[in-house]
Design a protein around this ligand. Structure first.
Ligand code: FAD
Length: 473
């Protein structure tokens, strides 16, 4: 039969398209279904890639404005061409879109454009998004659901007052730099998007209902990045919950909020960005037709092998919850495909998924936080090495931040690493590798680290843990 596949994948985000490539490499006849014309999912189209493109452009602008003069670099007339910055971002996304399309072709993966929906546990229909009548049927032995997530909305708020209450998707495609942007949610996305527009000159107010921003990361990261962002004029209000938002005039909205102590406050802004989390995408997929189980929060339930309640159908990535990150989706996809192909893949170590925030400097973390370790009453050593002591930090001009290593008091095994510093996003991989191999602080201390680099902070923090001493402190 023409439309019979070993594996069909619904969704072409990082979970879906990488699973498809691996399946094809393993000799499985594979198809991928994507509802939009553009492949790559949230990550490529409205997530990781466009946000990092704008973060980089705005960082260079900020550095040119605030830091380059100390290097002896001066500009006669410095300005930001916002449209050009957005065009560059769109071109990068388009290039990668085409790259993924090419990879599908190269790996002989059949692409079906439309909404995938289950008819039975072995048949999917694909309906054209524009003309809902055009329907194709495809049969499969196995299926992976990788339909991702969409921005969460506060149900009591009108999400679309004249396009002034926006999600991250609209924020990445604004036509103007907001004079004043109010951001609800002090998590990763709020901090990154706040940083972009702050560097472009917007007044940023971040409202967070918890008593700290990035509340699921190590407390020390939360405190330090707050100080750094406040130093760059971002206003951060914690223990504050939004009660209502309304239109003030054609260009302004009013955000009413209440502190946990009962005091009320009113902020006026041109836009309000809601970044309070994301919700799984499970609508219009016919999950009910084959009784795929969904948990109380709406995520698809899976077992340890990422199998849904129907055993030839698997689910990965944002749609099953946990850390909503592209690299988690990818790893889950690779695991499932190899499992289906009869290999014996290693299970993803969920305790060692790195988290990164692309502020300046960057925040990166892997393993357990001090807060968690202390809650479990595990005795530990904590080495904190400030970046400002490093020669490399001084030459680069970014001396903010630190590297914090936590290791077990008795065994010296590294339990968590938390960094704020330039290049932290790339540096965190040293910690991931070390922890995957269950290294001790002593192991890291005894490895030759190149000089001058930011990575020397690892050696110094490890030495603090191992022998309670440091070379440069
Ligand atoms: P998605 O990427 O969401 O892909 C799902 C795909 O399925 C979509 O293309 C959708 O159109 C399609 N689909 C849905 N339903 C159907 C259907 N019925 N039929 C056919 N197709 C369907 N993560 C990081 O790791 N690093 C970052 O720096 C980062 N930055 C981010 C910045 C922002 C602003 C946002 C919003 C997210 C960011 N993320 C980041 C998170 C990351 O984008 C997601 O974790 C990742 O995209 C999840 O991948 P996925 O494959 O599970 O789903």
């Amino acid at each position: 039969m023409k439309n019979l596949y070993d594996l069909v994948i619904i969704g072409s985000g990082p979970g879906g398209y990488i699973s498809a490539i691996r399946a094809s490499q393993l000799g499985l006849r594979t198809a991928i279904i994507e509802k939009y014309q553009k492949l790559g999912g949230t990550c490529l189209n409205v997530g990781c890639i466009p946000s990092k493109s704008l973060l980089d452009s705005s960082k260079y602008f900020f550095l040119a404005k605030k830091k380059y003069s100390s290097h002896g670099i001066f500009f006669e007339k410095l300005f930001m061409d916002f449209r050009k910055m957005m065009d560059r971002k769109n071109k990068i996304v388009e290039n990668i879109n085409n790259g993924i399309k090419y990879l599908m072709k190269k790996n002989k993966i059949d692409l079906y454009q439309g909404i995938g929906s289950f008819k039975t546990k072995n048949i999917l229909s694909v309906t054209d998004i524009k003309s809902l009548e055009k329907e194709k049927k495809i049969q499969f032995k196995y299926c992976i659901i990788s339909t991702g997530s969409k921005p969460l909305c506060l149900s009591q708020l009108n999400f679309n007052i004249e396009n002034r209450i926006i999600s991250s998707t609209e924020a990445l495609n604004l036509k103007e730099i907001p004079k004043k942007l109010i951001i609800i949610g002090g998590g990763i996305i709020g901090l990154e998007l706040g940083s972009i527009f702050n560097r472009l000159g917007s007044k940023i107010i971040i409202i967070e209902t918890m008593d700290k921003i990035i509340s699921n990361m190590d407390n020390s990261l939360s405190q330090e990045i707050r100080k750094i962002l406040e130093k760059s004029s971002i206003q951060i209000e914690t223990s504050l919950s939004v009660t209502s938002i309304f239109k003030k005039n054609d260009e302004e909205i009013s955000v009413l909020a209440k502190y946990h102590n009962g005091k009320e406050v009113n902020f006026i802004g041109n836009y309000c960005l809601l970044s309070i989390g994301r919700t799984p995408y499970t609508k219009n997929m016919g999950l009910e037709n084959i009784k795929i189980k969904i948990n109380q929060k709406g995520f698809i339930s899976v077992n340890d092998d990422l199998q849904t309640s129907i055993n030839n159908i698997y689910a990965i990535g944002d749609v099953i919850g946990g850390k909503m990150l592209a690299h988690k989706a990818e790893e889950e996809g690779l695991y499932v495909v190899e499992h289906i192909a009869g290999k014996k893949p290693n299970k993803l170590n969920y305790d060692l998924i790195p988290s990164i925030i692309y502020t300046y400097p960057e925040v990166a973390s892997v393993g357990r936080s001090e807060n968690d370790i202390k809650k479990d009453k595990i005795e530990c050593n904590i080495g904190i090495f400030p970046m400002k002591i490093l020669g490399r930090a001084r030459t680069s001009g970014c001396t903010d931040g630190f590297l914090k290593m936590i290791s077990h008091k008795k065994t010296d095994e590294i339990l968590g690493v938390h960094i704020i510093g330039d290049h932290a996003a790339d540096m965190i991989m040293e910690a991931s590798v070390a922890m995957e191999f269950r290294s001790s602080s002593e192991d890291i201390y005894r490895i030759c680290h190149p000089h001058p680099t930011f990575s020397e902070a690892f050696k110094e923090a490890a030495l603090l843990n191992f022998e309670n001493r440091s070379i440069h402190m």
